[in-house]
Design a binder for this molecule. Sequence first.
Ligand code: IDP
Length: 148
Amino acid sequence: FAPNLKIIKMSGIRTFTMLKPDAVEKGHVGAILEQIASAGFRIVAMKLTQMTQTDAETFYAVHKERPFFGELVEYMTRGPIVAAILEKENAVEDFRTLIGATNPEDAAEGTIRKLYAASIGENAVHGSDSDENAQIEGAFHFAGREMF
Ligand code: IDP
């Protein structure tokens, strides 16, 4: 049935990313954006911004019982980040492949985390882990008029 097919095709074309404070501090923004563009992602929305304590606690609420939560909030609020919405077929999965494993020691050669991340905590980049979270996280950072 045609309308349903369209809905199926529409799913999975967007993801949300943050180039985290360590990536910005070390001057890796240009190189990382180049790698993202070369992998075929189109920028839908993008800005340099800084998360407040409340922002970070809300964004990472799923991790609030984890032992590293305080450290994670401190890290994510300590300086500016680049937030962006990216578009490509199969965006969420392909972007997770491009960034590599959470711990850079486990990340595949050539992935963004292998190239630029220092540790499991300071791992340079965020990528949404589902279509639903991509939508929630994109809307957390951007108003509709900022998406193109
Ligand atoms: P992901 O970012 O690869 O999806 P998650 O398990 O969702 O990984 O964790 C969210 C973020 O929390 C990670 O990207 C990393 O910055 C931080 N984090 C995860 N595990 C640890 C840890 O064991 N120690 C310190 N920070 C961690």
